[in-house]
Design a protein around this ligand. Structure first.
Ligand code: NAP
Ligand code: GDP
Length: 325
């Protein structure tokens, strides 16, 4: 079943957040892996093209490009520690961006929008594994409620655009993403890019690698290039309005300590590894089921974690001067 909406002609796809971690991975799959089909046009936006927190600028950029399809990635994004500091900004900025993008898509008659939620928006107190039906079941973890509620509202938007206007706008729910072009900021970024950057510096300075928190929380990590390949499938062939979790299996969940050990191995870090338990652990786990994905795509191959992490570390070392940090 194809999902190309009413458009018989090739898709013109607008990617918001096209300059970020996931956006750059989609660019790679489109440009280097032959991911685009004959006649398709792909437009990758950054915040320089339009501030999507502004409704007029958003509508103007949609009118300019007249997309038939949209991958909506743009968001205020950050790791646990940035979320804890700026819950208000995460809530407001993301609500504005999402409302502007979805309404602009509707106004220029975009056939299909795929937006991005995250497994960190699920209820904190829950049964496991988490599945797609549980998005609105209970309060998110207290550390990131601003981001979590703003992201949950995308699903409300999608349901309502379908009911009122028959729009088939949908969303995906990835787990923690990592890869080349990530934000390697130690203070604001996610755990893997943070640990990679810290290990790189600690190695140079002959100091210990300091892992924040107890190391016991558990996470599922998806490689940005795998996520990008799955995004293309969702855009072309996933028929539902309801969201779909894009995740490795439950058996591939690792502890933060195991993730730190993998970074140590990938960078051949020789120093001591210590845990700073005065720092927050965040949500203990958010183990997600990929059963729905597996029903649609039983044969999709995820890149093994250690290989993807090595590629990411190699990219960071090779691009240290220009990497976001
Ligand atoms: P990222 O690397 O921080 O990129 C964010 C993108 O959004 C950038 O292209 C940025 O543009 C753009 N952007 C931010 N504010 C904007 C604004 N006001 N107007 C226009 N563009 C704006 O984030 P990412 O990790 O690729 O995340 C992509 C999507 O995946 C997000 O929706 C995020 O919530 C979701 N997600 C991420 C993770 C993860 O672990 N990273 C996990 C689950 C879900 P500039 O480059 O110009 O700043
Ligand atoms: P989360 O998955 O949404 O909680 O966000 P993160 O990607 O920021 O991961 C947070 C988890 O990694 C918490 O358990 C932290 O205590 C732990 N952690 C260990 N070292 C770091 C680090 O250097 N940066 C970040 N962001 N988290 C770290």
């Amino acid at each position: 079943m194809s999902n190309q909406g009413d458009h018989a002609s090739p898709m013109r796809v607008l990617v918001t957040g096209g300059s970020g971690l996931v956006g750059r991975a989609i660019q790679h799959v489109i440009k280097q892996e032959g991911g685009a089909k004959e006649g398709e046009e792909w437009i990758f936006l950054s915040s320089k093209d339009a501030n999507l927190m502004n409704a007029e600028e958003t509508l103007a950029v949609f009118r300019k490009h007249q997309p038939t399809h949209v991958i909506h990635l743009a968001a205020m994004v950050g790791g646990l520690f940035k979320n804890m500091k700026y819950n208000l900004d995460f809530w407001r900025n993301n609500v504005f961006i999402n409302d502007n993008v979805l309404q602009a898509a509707h106004e220029v008659s975009v056939a299909r929008v795929v937006s991005c939620l995250s497994t960190c928006i699920f209820p904190d107190k829950t049964t496991y594994p988490i599945d797609e039906t549980m998005v609105h079941n209970g309060p998110p973890h207290e550390s990131n409620y601003g981001y979590a509620y703003a992201k949950r509202m995308i699903d409300v938007h999608n349901r309502a655009y379908f009911e009122q206007y028959g729009r088939r706008y949908t969303s995906v729910i990835p787990t923690n993403v990592f890869g080349p072009h990530d934000n390697f900021s130690i203070e604001d970024g996610h755990v893997l890019p943070g640990l990679i950057h810290k290990a790189y510096i600690a190695q140079k300075e002959g100091k210990p690698l300091v892992v924040w928190g107890s190391g016991t929380p558990r996470r599922q990590f998806i490689y940005s290039l795998d996520l990008a390949r799955l995004f293309l499938w969702v855009l072309r062939d996933y028929p539902e309005v309801d969201p779909i979790i894009l995740s490795v299996g439950e058996e591939d969940e690792v502890s933060i300590k195991e993730a730190a050990d993998a970074v140590v191995q990938a960078l051949d870090f020789q120093g001591e590894v210590v845990f700073d338990s005065t720092k927050a652990d965040g949500q203990f786990k958010k183990t997600a089921s990929n059963a729905k994905l597996r029903r649609y795509l039983p044969d999709f191959n995820f890149t093994p974690f250690n290989q993807a992490l090595k590629e990411t570390c190699d990219w960071f070392v090779a691009n240290y001067d220009s990497a976001r940090k």
